[in-house]
Design a binder for this molecule. Structure first.
Ligand code: ADP
Ligand code: MG
Length: 625
């Protein structure tokens, strides 16, 4: 049996550090908390080598005397717990007095500090793997600078667990963004790899200051933020108006006592408030502050995680739900009033030709006014298409040509792969799947009605369009022949710097998918192209790009085929607008394209595209049978 040995103090401290310090972003989080706790008005953050090379936080807070500086790096030393009775409350904020100690254990650490006292001396301390290697005088600049170099240099196993530099940078920036949102009264300057990312001036610690900060970090997503609650209420919310939601979920920031947290309860309450006002592809952006009695929650579920547990989950849920709901209701009431006021101010000629107020591009052929920046490719003349008499009202019935096995992208693929047989198995197809068809009309601008051999065929045009685009896009992708639409005016998309980092990891891959992106600033990305087949408008491109990083970033979904299907599915959703008016020729073309699909009976999400009411069933309903 092996002999039991005592671990060295160095090894013990490295193990302890592992609990607190997972990655460069956890170091930054601790350093920023200390700076804010020290009452800093200005904080500067710099990192190089994605934080593993250098990570420095400089503040103008209270500073430390030489004696306190030495003490700060020892384990379980803190100035934040003075009496035992404090322990319960202060410990919940993460004041465990082991952050600096842990960081020191796994890096080369340099601290310089000086208090604001007149005549105070500055001091510099250097540590390596937790051991003090030098102490020297430093310039008497009030405040503290902490430089962490070569993180995990002595714990190679940790180093191996770090993700790509872009991912680590995204985490670092996210930590800085959270801290900046929670502390609008503090000025923040953030430099990533020697480039300035944020320069945030201090503002009022009130709604106005928080809104300004949210605008700087989230961009236009925070433009129309609604606001309810106050610190006195114990909850303050800022969130998207129903019309201002975004296609991404990462603009939701929750804070408990000004510390960033996440909890299912909080996001569930948020979504509950939007119930019935949200389409599935859109998500609210928010900044929500809760002020809670420290005894009523626990952030130490995992030392470095921000998962929080509440003693009274349902009280927290209803506080968020109700305050968010209040903000939304107030906005709705105001919206109605504004509409009433604005109505007479419509441009002249309003009564002559009512504009299309739905904001959808007109897909019937003529370009609508909003499709300016993304000119559509010319209508393709489809092979085998009969000359159609266009008739929007269905009074001029035209019979649909029998399906021909030529022309479509799928046929080419199937022919190449020898899977053509599927289309010859007409015997297995349901009776109504064979022409002729007669277009009867459109119902509710959502359903297309056809007479077919079996009776009445009803097509969900939305589901059908999605299926057709989905397969056509994937077929183009597979053949390496993606038709790409260069945009005359690039679409400018704003997002937090952390999100830009995440998105740019996918830049090359997205280019193969038809979306060419360019980083145009720390918080902006330009889209130069989109797959032609989707005919996306600017809003559609923006929404797609907003959701791209999140969608692709899931490691479970990283198989190439799955990734392609995800892109196809998401883009289809943006491309296809409900309630388009479709005429006969378009209806018949859609039916034909659908029949050419490999799986035409379902949309990419699995919903049916077609249902048939047999004549016999109608007879039964009318009690003829
Ligand atoms: P904790 O924050 O839990 O007290 P830390 O290890 O993070 O533990 O810090 C130890 C102590 O060092 C703090 O309690 C504080 O007194 C001091 N300290 C750390 N960072 C700063 C700073 N930037 N400015 C002033 N004092 C600091
Ligand atoms: Mg601390």
């Amino acid at each position: 049996m092996a002999e039991i040995k005592q671990l060295s103090p160095q090894d013990i401290s490295k193990i302890a550090a592992g609990e607190v310090i997972e990655r460069p972003a956890s170091v930054l989080k601790e350093l920023l908390e200390n700076a804010v706790d020290a009452g800093a008005r200005t904080v500067r953050v710099e990192f190089e080598g994605a934080g593993s090379g250098l990570l420095r936080v400089t503040d103008d807070g209270c500073g430390m005397s030489p004696r306190n500086l030495r003490a700060a790096c020892r384990r379980h030393t803190t100035s934040k717990i003075t009496a035992f009775s404090d322990l319960d409350s202060l410990a919940t904020f993460g004041f465990r007095g082991e952050a600096l100690f842990s960081i020191a254990a796994v890096s080369r650490l340099e601290l310089s500090s000086c208090t604001h006292e007149p005549g105070a001396a500055g001091v510099r301390l250097e540590l390596e793997g937790g051991r003090t290697v030098s102490e020297s005088p430093a310039p008497p600049v009030p405040g503290t600078a902490v430089s962490v170099r070569d993180l995990f240099f002595n714990t190679p196993a940790r180093l191996k667990f770090l993700k790509s530099p872009a991912t680590e940078r995204a985490h670092l920036l996210r930590v800085a963004e959270e801290c900046a949102l929670a502390n609008p009264g503090v000025s923040f300057h953030v430099y990533a790899e020697k480039k300035r990312v944020y320069a945030l001036a201090a503002g009022p610690v009130a709604a106005q200051g928080i809104l300004a900060r949210a605008r700087e970090i989230m961009g236009s997503a925070a433009d129309g933020f609604l606001h309810a609650g106050s610190p006195q209420d114990g909850i303050t919310v800022f969130l998207s108006a129903p019309g201002g939601m975004v296609a991404r979920r990462d603009l939701q920031f929750f804070f408990v006592n000004r510390r960033p947290v996440s909890a299912k309860t909080l996001s569930q309450a948020l979504y509950k408030a939007y119930e019935g006002r949200r389409d599935n592809a859109k998500h609210p952006a928010c900044v929500i502050f809760l002020e809670l009695d420290p005894a009523s929650f626990d952030v130490n579920v995992h030392p470095q995680k921000k998962e929080v547990r509440f003693r009274d989950e349902s009280a927290v849920f209803s506080a968020v739900y109700q305050t968010a709901g209040k903000a939304l209701l107030a906005a709705l009431a105001e919206g109605t009033q504004q509409a009433a006021v604005r109505e007479p101010e419509e441009p002249e000629g309003y009564f002559v030709k009512p504009p299309d107020r739905s904001g959808r591009p007109d897909r019937s052929g003529q370009a609508g006014p909003e499709s300016g920046s993304a000119p559509k490719p010319p209508e393709r003349e489809l092979p085998g298409a009969p000359r159609e008499t266009v008739s929007d009202n269905g009074f001029e019935p035209a019979f649909f040509e029998p399906y021909r096995k030529s022309g479509s992208a799928n046929d080419i693929i199937k022919a190449a792969s020898g899977a053509d047989a599927q289309w010859d198995r007409t015997a297995a197809d349901p009776a109504w799947w064979a022409p002729p068809y007669r277009f009867l009309g459109q119902l509710d601008r959502s359903y297309l009605l056809f007479e077919c051999a079996a009776g009445l065929m009803i097509m969900d045009q939305h589901a059908a369009q999605e299926r057709v685009l989905f397969e056509q896009y994937l077929a183009q992708f597979e053949r390496g022949r993606l038709a790409v639409q260069r945009l005359m005016l690039a679409v400018n998309i704003e997002m937090p710097a952390s999100a830009v980092e995440n998105l740019m990891r996918w830049k090359d891959w997205l280019a193969t998918a038809g979306f060419e992106l360019e980083r145009s600033g720390p918080k902006t990305v330009l889209a130069h192209s989109a797959p032609g087949i989707f005919e996306l408008d600017d809003a559609g491109i923006t929404a797609f790009i907003e959701s791209a990083a999140e969608m692709l970033g899931d490691p479970v979904k990283c198989a190439e085929k799955v990734r392609r299907e995800l892109v196809a599915m998401t883009a289809c959703k943006r491309a296809v607008k409900a309630h388009d008016r479709l005429g006969e020729s378009e209806a018949l073309r859609l039916l034909r394209d659908l029949k050419r699909c490999e799986n035409g009976l379902n949309c990419p999400h699995g919903r049916p595209t077609i249902t048939v009411q047999p004549v016999a069933e109608l007879a039964r309903r009318f009690r003829r049978g």
